[in-house]
Design a protein around this ligand. Structure first.
Ligand SMILES: Nc1ncnc2c1ncn2[C@@H]1O[C@@H]2COP(=O)(O)O[C@H]2[C@H]1O
Length: 398
């Protein structure tokens, strides 16, 4: 979702801010449009009436933009919007949008990402209906990512490492992970399959001679025909689909947690502690479920952490091993924003530990307005946890 880099520019140049009370309609699907909006405060539901039932497509919050699709595509409103709570909206006229797009490559990128994500959602939903499943979802993402790569402006190409080699598999994998819940092995399996079908080329480049580490790059020889060919192949040669779906039958941590009545962090910890057999590492769906059925119900409810020494701790869920006075001292230099980053990535035990070691006011805000859950690999989380761990170690003379 496009976020606040626009804030300063729009508040300077936009017409008056519009207010809507909860439940008020902002616009209806099918209406003509001449304005998009950025949410200054509150939240907005984008919805469609499907079979006479209101279906909310997405709830948008402060900093999000909506109503841009019809404006950019010169179409009618693709969905309706209503205030999900009292909200203040900054109208973005066509003129402002154009000025923003010209002035800020970052904004252009954000809006393209936002459009891609929305188109993708719609496409994925359509795909689910005709049973394309994960295979066609991944193909759609690759199609979008490759077009984004292929249409990179000339001056930007120079900034992309090895641009001429093709779309980096690493960057594609990161894009997919940010959109959807596919694991690296599923993505790899998908790429191998379409490579064998000669729908893509994969080039390799050794990054470092000493370490056998190879960067791979995707090239789609016929970009226009890529999706139509895939769809044709998928429906005509059912065996290919069947094989792909079979190979993609993996579960994520969250999936397995739901199926076993556990929590993702417990599953994660069990894997790390090697409570899981290695051959289930990527959770082949059938095998993992069969294996989990033999376990005592309690097995998935708790995880006993082996105690770690201060010198061994390494991530946000190791904060539990730092003694309270040290952690309290270390967190004193953290502002609320960084504490909330740590808190959002911590598991329950570590959340309690953080709350105990920050001031009461911060703790009560964190509890009453919990920040959105973050991925433990999130760079911000890594940065913050590294800092608090380093500070704690320094205080202990390590
Ligand atoms: N699937 C979707 N997910 C999230 N937002 C959407 C989706 N479809 C449409 N929108 C937003 O809802 C708006 C409806 O009006 P527009 O078509 O102008 O622009 C649209 C987008 O901003």
């Amino acid at each position: 979702m496009a976020r606040s880099p626009l804030t300063s520019m729009t508040t300077k140049t936009s017409p008056t801010i519009k207010n809507y009370h909860k439940g008020k309609i902002i616009f209806h699907e099918g209406q003509e449009s001449n304005v998009a909006y950025m949410i200054k405060s509150g939240s907005v539901n984008v919805f469609k009436n499907i079979d006479n039932k209101k279906t909310v497509l997405m709830t948008l919050n402060r900093g999000d933009i909506f109503g841009e699709m019809s404006l950019l595509a010169h179409e009618k409103r693709s969905a309706s919007a209503e205030a999900a709570s009292y909200c203040e909206l900054v109208p973005l006229t066509k003129e402002i949008m154009n000025r923003l797009l010209e002035a800020s490559p970052v904004t252009v990128r954000k809006i393209v990402e936002l459009l891609a994500a929305r188109v993708l959602r719609v496409d994925t939903e359509a795909v689910t209906v005709d049973e394309g499943g994960p295979f066609l979802s991944l193909a759609t993402i690759l199609d979008l990512a490759y077009k984004d790569y292929a249409y990179t402006p000339r001056d930007k190409k120079r900034e992309i490492e090895n641009y001429d080699m093709g779309l980096s598999v690493k960057s594609f994998t990161e894009t997919v992970k940010s959109f959807a819940v596919f694991s690296a092995i599923e993505i790899d399996s998908f790429l191998q399959t379409i490579f064998k079908l000669r729908l893509i080329d994969i080039k390799s480049k050794s990054k470092c001679h000493k370490i056998a580490f190879t960067e791979k790059y995707i090239n789609i020889p016929d970009c226009k025909e890529f999706m139509p060919s895939l769809r044709r192949l998928y429906s005509e040669v059912k065996e290919i689909g069947a094989e792909v779906e079979y190979r993609m039958n993996f579960m994520t941590f969250s999936d397995l947690a739901v199926r076993t009545g556990s929590r993702p962090e417990v599953i994660y910890n069990k894997v790390m502690k090697e409570d899981f057999p290695e051959n289930l590492f990527f959770f082949n769906r059938a095998k993992a479920l069969k294996w989990s059925q033999d376990k005592e119900p309690d097995f998935f409810k708790k995880f006993k952490r082996p105690k770690k020494a201060l010198s061994e701790i390494e991530n946000v869920n190791d904060l539990i091993f730092i003694d309270n006075p040290t952690l309290q001292q270390a967190l004193k230099s953290f502002d609320y924003h960084r504490i909330s980053i740590l808190y959002s990535a911590a598991d329950e035990q570590n959340k309690a530990k953080i709350l105990y070691n920050i001031n009461k006011k911060q703790a009560s805000v964190l509890q009453s307005e919990p920040p959105p859950v973050r991925n433990v690999n999130d760079l911000d989380v890594l940065e913050c946890s590294d800092e608090v761990i380093d500070l704690s170690k320094k205080m202990k003379g390590l």
